[in-house]
Design a protein. Sequence first.
Length: 180
Amino acid sequence: MSAPGFRPTHVVPPRGLPAWEAPDPARPTAPLDPLLPVQLVERRGDWGYIRCHNGWGAWIDGRHLIALPEDPPTADGPDGAADPRPLLAQSERSFGDYRAAVEALAAGGLDSEGFESRTRGLRIGIVVDGESMWLYDPQEGRWVYADGRRLTTYATDRAVTDPHDTGRAPTRLVTPEDEG
């Protein structure tokens, strides 16, 4: 279930990110998965507080997030050029390949080395929230937004040159004076 009002503003980099309960390196928590869409809610220097689609939040090194360029298109916006069905089919095949590897590993038909070899290069990412869906297109290195009829590029894997300049209003900047 998505948190009310969740709109991703960033994506976790392809290698994932460590996360902390507080802006304090002594309080680690579960790391963030690669390419996970997140909402940057607050910034304190290099620290960023993010929220995930399920409402879970954590502090991260905000310099490493990949900013999403814009909000998803609206129904009355320009049509995307691509039909979402081929990318959905590709995602289903990749998910099926991963599931088969997990089952072979669990059944003892693969060791961890074989599992790693069989899953190497598989990349899928899907977030579904009602009629809205974000899909990762590994061949193009981009996230696309789908509304059931069309795909529109939403974000790419390109690096952010200035991580403090996200162009996003929702992030609350906190200065040392605000903390006191």
